[in-house]
Design a protein around this ligand. Structure first.
Ligand code: MTE
Length: 313
């Protein structure tokens, strides 16, 4: 069994107090205006002082790929659709309701979420379709938000829900609807509280673009990318395993846990290797081996001690 070890933080890494408070007022002010315009320089400025030690020793995927090769079916099924079709989407104003089995249910305004202590974290992302990226997210631990609502003792899972706005999301209003809406996802409470699980509000030092899940999306780097639900409006603590969109749509292809596992193939393709976007063709020698738990096994394997990982995919 392996336990989570917090990374060492050198004194030089600690954000000076004045930056910390400036950062909070910067972000709160930015959120009040047009997020995309006003928030961008403020977030970049804020993150200069908040680079985290969570990083990987691999080249970053170019920003243009991170923001133009996307899965966000609310805007269409093609990889370029989320960028092409999300112009009308309005990520401000925004609220996230956090409710269910909690002592203090609350509707959080975006201003309050942007005022959480933010960190930049570079994580690998492995899509279930066998491509991957290395992405510098900006965000805060999901556990920090859960702490604010005080989960009750019988809460065992966390359910997430994406916004439904057919008037702004063409994939929700077209003739063909690829998925039932809202897109929903879930985690076990101990997974949700794991320090690696974050809510991202930015990428590449800028506020999240619409196609990446503005203004707030989940990032759980040891799981397949579809667990990273975008544009979240509701988070509910519950005692039952919550529904998850892809798991409901094709349970034999997409598990609830969806931990990255090179030994359990998707029924229609191998999960043993992956194509790192930006590094060449899908089938070439450039494919890299996929790592158990996407390389985060040392930190998270203990969450699944005693579980049959081949059956609980
Ligand atoms: N969230 C919503 N609401 N709708 C989606 O279609 N796609 C998922 C996930 N979150 C999806 C979503 C999938 S399949 C992946 S791989 C990631 O988002 C992609 O994130 P990215 O576009 O930022 O790389």
């Amino acid at each position: 069994m392996s336990f989570y070890r917090p990374p060492r933080i050198a004194a030089s890494e600690i954000t000076p107090e004045h930056c910390f408070f400036n950062r909070r007022s910067f972000l709160a002010a930015a959120a009040g205006g047009a997020l995309a315009a006003a928030g961008t320089p403020a977030l970049a400025e804020a993150l200069k002082a908040s680079k985290s030690q969570y990083t990987v020793d691999e080249a970053l995927t170019p920003e243009k790929d991170v923001t133009s090769y996307n899965n966000f079916y609310e805007f269409g099924m093609g990889k370029g659709d989320p960028l092409a079709n999300s112009e009308k989407f309005k990520p401000t104003p925004w609220t996230v309701k956090v409710d269910g089995l909690v002592g203090k249910p609350k509707e959080f305004g975006l201003e309050e979420l942007l005022a959480m202590p933010l960190e930049e974290r570079t994580y690998r992302m492995r899509c279930v379709e066998a491509w991957s990226m290395v992405i510098p997210w900006s965000g805060f631990p999901l556990a920090a938000l859960l702490d604010k609502v005080e989960p009750l003792g019988d809460a065992k899972y966390v359910a997430f829900e994406t916004v439904v706005r057919p008037e702004e999301m063409p994939g929700q209003s077209g003739y063909f609807q690829p998925l039932p809406w809202p897109y929903v996802e879930g985690l076990r409470l101990d997974e949700a509280r794991h320090p690696l699980a974050i809510l991202a509000v930015g990428v590449y030092g800028k506020t999240l673009p619409n196609q990446n899940g503005a203004p707030l999306r989940l990032v759980v780097p040891w799981k397949y990318g579809f667990k990273g639900i975008k544009s979240i409006v509701r988070i509910t603590l519950t005692d039952k395993q919550p529904p998850a969109t892809w798991n409901l749509s094709a349970p034999s292809e997409y598990g609830f846990y969806a931990n990255v596992n090179p030994e359990v193939d998707h029924p229609r393709w191998s999960q043993a290797s992956e194509n790192r976007i930006g590094e060449g063709g899908f089938f070439g020698a450039n494919r890299r081996p996929t790592l158990p738990f996407n390389g985060y096994g040392e930190e998270v394997a203990g969450l699944y001690a005693g579980m049959d990982l081949r059956a609980n995919y």
